[in-house]
Write a protein that binds this ligand. Structure first.
Ligand SMILES: NC(=O)C1=CN([C@@H]2O[C@H](COP(=O)(O)OP(=O)(O)OC[C@H]3O[C@@H](n4cnc5c(N)ncnc54)[C@H](OP(=O)(O)O)[C@@H]3O)[C@@H](O)[C@H]2O)C=CC1
Ligand SMILES: O=C1O[C@H](COP(=O)(O)O)[C@@H](O)[C@H](O)[C@H]1O
Length: 312
């Protein structure tokens, strides 16, 4: 599905003209896990969520969403474009980040009762973040001013990895406040791979009311009898066949660390205290507040109903 980001962007004409700062308000790349460190905290504590997920997994996905069309689809050309994106990002400031650490939920079941600090392998009083949201800006002609919001965390409410592209408000809205909902293109990497475009549509029937709806490509519905390889299966196959597109090149790695290292040094040097969030929630409310300040809009009104299939 990650590879599909490239095919979708560069093998179609419809997206290319709108894939820029004129039309896109923000891009959110999310990775959420519904479990904590599960006894692996001693290892995790040396790194924290930024090194574990954000600096590598999320940054890679962000590059694929943001890069220019490569000259060819060879590994080298793709990696050249990813490096160009990274070179256009300044090091992240502490002010551009919200950090969290999960606490146990006394009403939860099993592991959910345990906070990060209850993991016996975690040093007492550790301030290692298990949740982070960061805003990155790509200073190039296509993206200048568009926040790329990377967020990831452990012990959250669900398992999910997705890219969410939120488009700007419709100018000159003639349908009233209820129609003032942002179009979004969501590429869900896991679980249940899907791609859906949230659009305003006329309420079916006699009403002329706009309602939130979607163009939906759910992989299992569209390609039901196909086995979708697990991400690691793909990587192992790439290793065996010597395909390097999904592996980080050394200059890419150096750029990624250039962006994150000053932030990591500040967090650790100043012993920054992460905000507590309860196991099984969406993370600190401060993260939502910060995303809202960056221009991310959450309508609370979108309801999805899986298609019951055609009635013939
Ligand atoms: N083909 C399919 O399978 C489809 C499935 N659906 C499903 O429908 C459901 C709703 O769709 P979805 O696109 O997620 O739409 P929503 O309107 O629920 O928007 C979700 C987005 O808003 C954020 N958010 C959630 N709660 C808050 C809050 N209280 N404050 C601020 N931000 C918030 C989420 O962040 P965060 O990610 O951090 O929680 C996420 O970025 C999902 O479960 C989705 O999987 C929808 C369309 C197609
Ligand atoms: O690299 C890592 O990834 C896993 C999540 O990978 P997934 O493919 O199982 O979703 C994460 O749990 C781990 O902390 C991190 O080191």
């Amino acid at each position: 599905m990650v590879q599909n980001l490239m095919v979708m962007r560069f093998a179609n004409t419809v997206l290319q003209p709108i894939w820029n700062r004129n039309n896109i308000a923000n891009v959110v790349v999310t990775f959420k896990e519904p479990f904590g460190t599960m006894g692996r905290g001693g290892y995790f504590d040396e790194f924290g969520i930024i090194r574990d997920i954000m600096q590598n997994h999320l940054l890679q996905v962000m590059c694929l969403a943001a890069m220019e069309k490569p000259a060819t689809n060879s590994s080298e050309d793709i990696r050249n474009e990813k490096v160009k994106v990274l070179k256009s990002i300044r090091p992240i400031q502490l002010e551009d980040v919200v950090l969290g650490q999960y606490a146990g939920n006394p009403l939860g079941q099993g592991d959910a009762k345990l906070g990060y600090l209850d993991d016996e392998t975690v040093p007492k009083g550790s301030r290692t973040p298990t949740y982070a949201l960061a805003a990155l800006y790509i200073r190039n002609e296509r993206w200048d001013g568009v926040p790329f919001i990377l967020k990831c965390g452990k012990a959250l409410n669900e398992r999910k990895a997705e890219v969410r592209i939120q488009f700007k408000d419709t100018p000159g809205n003639i349908f009233g406040e209820k129609s003032a909902r942002r179009n979004e293109l969501v590429i869900r990497l896991q679980p249940n791979e899907a791609m859906y475009m949230k659009l305003m549509m006329k309420q079916p029937g006699m009403s002329f009311e706009p309602v939130e709806s979607e163009l939906d490509l759910t992989y299992t519905a569209r390609y039901g009898d196909i086995t979708l390889p697990d991400a690691y299966e793909r990587l192992i196959l790439d290793t065996l066949s010597g395909t390097q597109a999904h592996f980080v090149r050394s200059d890419e790695l150096a750029e990624a660390w250039r962006i994150f290292t000053p932030l990591l040094h500040r967090i650790e040097g100043e012993n920054v205290e992460p905000i507590k969030y309860t196991y099984g929630t969406r993370g600190p409310k401060e993260a939502d507040e910060f995303a809202a300040k960056l221009g991310f809009m959450y309508s609370q009104t979108y309801k999805w109903t899986p298609s019951p299939g055609p009635r013939l």
